[in-house]
Design a protein around this ligand. Structure first.
Ligand SMILES: Cc1cc2nc3c(=O)[nH]c(=O)nc-3n(C[C@H](O)[C@H](O)[C@H](O)COP(=O)(O)OP(=O)(O)OC[C@H]3O[C@@H](n4cnc5c(N)ncnc54)[C@H](O)[C@@H]3O)c2cc1C
Ligand code: FES
Length: 276
């Protein structure tokens, strides 16, 4: 294993899932066979993925450490590196640096109800924690998942919905901005659906990630429902370069999102300058 944090490990793409028209999930296996089992990470951490000859980009680990031997990351096509990843075929090689950043404090979440609130590709970091909690189901009370997308085709991780629904004491609530003839879930924005469902704040931890506008109104509505800032967690996606606190690319005030985050409680965010 590399000790130089700037040197990527090589990994082979062994599975690609087309989640939505613009998002794919990649499963990669390290070329170093020892690293396949030894690579340890926590739900909420991120990695830097390089496409050789193109560049490097930041992606959260969407797989869970409870299912070792590979890493998964979901990629929304927005620019150069993400387009190059979308053009990759099975068997091609990527570089991976990491894992970096902090993670969801799942020890603190034990015995609490968990409320996951995701929008679009924002479900990627939540999926890691969600599957981690489902693999340690008895450590947590009821789990509610509110997940929304622009349309039914824009929802990621659809192949796992049945597993999430059928887990003990676990409910999946789906919503889309615009349905189609086959859509049986809710139609409406995630923050409004949250208010309709009105989950209790009692002994509950809310974890949210999605487009900034969704997060803004989810935070407001959670407060209206009686959630304290200490009960709410989110994960930030400031632009990054080094991932290890050296380049100064990702700072908010005195905090570096790559080492002090990307996971923050709402109480912590309220202490930061409003730059995100
Ligand atoms: C901690 C963290 C976790 C992330 N996790 C994921 C993930 O799981 N899946 C995923 O698809 N993306 C994730 N991102 C965002 C991802 O890193 C960027 O979309 C990616 O770097 C774009 O690379 P590119 O070369 O394709 O785009 P570029 O060609 O560099 O840029 C294309 C456009 O995207 C904008 N852009 C680039 N990076 C960001 C960013 N971080 N935030 C907002 N706009 C940006 C640029 O300004 C430009 O307009 C994450 C970012 C961070 C910091
Ligand atoms: S990405 Fe370089 S300091 Fe955070």
């Amino acid at each position: 294993m590399n000790t130089n944090p700037y040197l990527p490990e090589l990994a082979t793409v062994e599975e690609i899932v087309e989640e939505t028209p613009d998002t794919k999930t990649f499963r990669a296996v390290f070329s170093d066979t020892a690293l396949r089992q030894d690579f340890s990470y926590e739900p909420g951490q991120f990695q830097e993925v390089s496409v050789f000859g193109v560049g490097e980009s930041t992606f959260c680990l969407t797989s869970t450490p409870t299912r070792p031997g590979m890493v998964e990351f979901a990629v929304k096509k927005v620019g150069q590196v993400t387009t190059a990843l979308h053009e990759m075929s099975l068997g091609e090689t990527v570089g991976i640096r990491g894992p970096f950043g902090n993670w969801f404090p799942y020890e603190r979440f034990k015995d609490h109800r968990l409320l996951f609130i995701g929008g679009g590709i924002g479900m990627a970091p939540l999926r890691s924690l969600l599957n981690f909690c489902l693999d340690n189901r008895s450590d947590y009370a009821e789990i509610d998942i509110i997940y929304g997308g622009r349309s039914p085709d824009d929802l990621c991780f659809r192949s796992e919905f049945d597993a999430w629904r059928s887990a003990p004491d676990t409910n999946l609530y789906l919503t889309v901005d615009k349905g189609d003839d086959n859509w049986k879930g809710n139609v409406g924005f995630v923050p409004a659906y949250l208010v309709d469902l009105a989950p209790t704040p009692e002994n509950t931890i809310a974890i949210t990630c999605g487009p900034p506008v969704m997060i803004k109104f989810v935070l407001q509505n959670l407060e209206k429902l009686g959630f304290a800032a200490e009960q709410i967690y989110t994960t930030l996606e400031m632009k990054m370069k080094c991932g290890i606190g050296k380049c100064g690319r990702c700072n908010i005030g005195e905090k570096f999102v790559c080492i002090d985050g990307p996971v923050f409680s709402y109480a912590e965010l309220q202490q930061l300058p409003p730059e995100f």
